[in-house]
Design a protein around this ligand. Sequence first.
Ligand code: PLP
Length: 398
Amino acid sequence: MNTQDFIALEEQYGAHNYHPLDVVVHSAQGAWVTDVEGNRYLDCLAAYSAVNQGHCHPAIVKAFIEQAKNVTLTSRAFRNDQLPLLCADLHDLTGYEMSLPMNSGAEAVETAVKAARKWGHTVKGIPQDKAEIICATDNFHGRTVTIVSFSTEPQYRDGFGPLTPGFPIAKYGDIEDLKAKITPNTAAFLVEPIQGEAGIIVPPEGYLREAARICKENNVLLICDEIQSGLGRSGRLFAFEYEGIRPDMVIIGKALSGGFYPVSAVLSSKAILGVFKPGDHGSTFGGNPLAAAVARAALKVLVDEKLVERSFELGNYFMERLRSIPSAHVVEVRGRGLWIGFVLDTKARPYCEALMREGLLCKETHDNVIRFAPPLVITKEEIDWAFDRISKVVLALD
Ligand SMILES: *Cc1c(COP(=O)(O)O)cnc(C)c1O
């Protein structure tokens, strides 16, 4: 079977809820993927930052296979000997007292929403069913019905109602609007420290610091969605560190497994996660031993290979080089760490298609932004290689 055969099968038998580039990947290693024709590409998306550790990292493969031979799933009806170690590792790495494991990012967001609502009702004293969670414009937190209920993107919501109430929207980056939206019924403010899907939007300096202060003043929980920005992508372990704050809850996913397996978690304090009593919330696969073993290995790779520091240094280098491309179509190059929004004044899709023909995979976000987010194991030489292709394509399309 060749590329066209696979595409035809998928188009015929699979739902069309994505518009992928027409490359059919067969295998991958580190920052590189190989398609079914044997062509190699440098991966500059890293599965939306789920493979920060690089594809098929040998240490994670090893942990995966060893654990798969021991036990993969106990359900939380019984205990297993991997989950406690993951919870301890997450505590040691992040300083948060407790964690609650789930599978996908969206499930962890739902978990944080449930924790914040229950905290609002039982601890803060908000009248039953009145808890509000303020969200930001242009947010992305996943695709469940409740989560799309607080999306401001019409396509994510249209046709999927009735939607879940209780989510006022404040303009991202606008501290006055946040203040205006807080009421006695506000349980939490849910925000991405840097908005990924919106096009790598870094909020104004001081915004999160001020938001944290206002939340504290009003007894409102600050929840940071670090599913994409976290675990090294931004050049810090967490993007909120740039503002010197400490959110009440942090949501992680994606790179928590190095791309092997859906693993997510909510990190918080005993006081907040303590609102969950046995039976309040759960998941058959959440906290399973295979996921826990893989996540432990993935976190260890981040630390052992100093990927957070690497992201910071190489990100600055890559951004500086990209800013030097003398093209009239480049509006802005922005981002943090190896998480770069390359903003054009025209549609980005043709650029991504041209880059694919040059052996570099990336994806447009919001029409006119290309996101460059390679695995954090990428080398300086590979960045130079990528830069040469990007520069060539951008200038050719001028
Ligand atoms: C990807 C993402 C999610 C959703 O994660 P899934 O695993 O796709 O459900 C939530 N929030 C942010 C910021 C994300 O980037």
